[in-house]
Design a protein around this ligand. Sequence first.
Ligand SMILES: *Cc1c(COP(=O)(O)O)cnc(C)c1O
Length: 343
Amino acid sequence: MFDINQVVRPNIRALKPYSSARDEFSEHEGVFLDANENPYGNLNRYPDPYQKALKEKLADIKNIDNEKIFIGNGSDEVIDLSFRIFCEPGTDQALTFSPGYGMYQVAADINNVELLTIPLNTDFQIDKKLLENYLENPLLKLIIFSSPNNPSGNAFKQSDMEFILQNFNGIVLIDEAYIDFCPEKTVLPMLAKYPNLIVSQTFSKAWGLAAARVGSAYASKEIIALFNKVKAPYNVSLLNHQAALNALDNQEQFEQQRAIILSERERMIASLKKLKNIENIYPSDANFVLVKVKDANQMYAYLVQQKIITRNRNNLVNNCIRITVGTPKENTLLLDALKNKEI
Ligand SMILES: *Cc1c(COP(=O)(O)O)cnc(C)c1O
């Protein structure tokens, strides 16, 4: 049975969090002489430490209790907090799949936590046989991966993700940064069943707010309470909070852009398939495609020369380049550049 007290670091369990002025008093009306703010201006007051307005909206949209939602300074904050809360530096371990998102290794290194990496199978799906060897390991506290996966682009099978949740007694962080491009593949409904699940999402991709730095996490009240305890008191600025609220109020624009991006992805895939210099195009549930070419380093350098910047993933997946779906015009420029080159 999963027991949160078995997986949280003892010092975090015992931690008495900082209580900020706006924690203790956050009404809108009154004379505020408690936080050493300048009384003049528009951005002079500290923001809501718990981003209640945004949580209320997300609670409605996702049909999840406010107390099961955390807002972070990008979902990268959720990743870092998960290591800090659940993995004892120098002792505990975490696990991820390869190829995967590079930030997991960086967050593990910063927190001095060993990150075990096991390869995905040739379809970029989870190899349950390999994984099984690790699930009983008492030092393993956190399994972290993204679905849809970056850089391969595919979502993992729901049954495989559920297998992990069922058979692992630590925390499972499923990073759904790209889930808005395949909303039917979310694992959010599994939250009701699995107290060890954390789902992170972000405003950085489909919502078009990468510059604003707003991410979210959904988990049990107990896990969210730990996040709130450890986070910086004012981790999301008023401007970022407002940007996310505005985006949610503009659902129509979101859906329009997503529809264009998804149809452009299909156009891009169809055109790439016809090119001799493209050896493989991997199935994508996201706003990018991973393609295999003859020589990724050469192809990448050629595209840079053409002022088209892609992501060379050659060191992660042999001779593969990750291409983000841009505007129709940008995608056509990419396709034209590829048509004209025999690499
Ligand atoms: C882009 C991306 C993110 C986004 O991180 P933010 O901090 O929310 O901008 C998270 N996870 C993966 C796998 C990504 O590719």
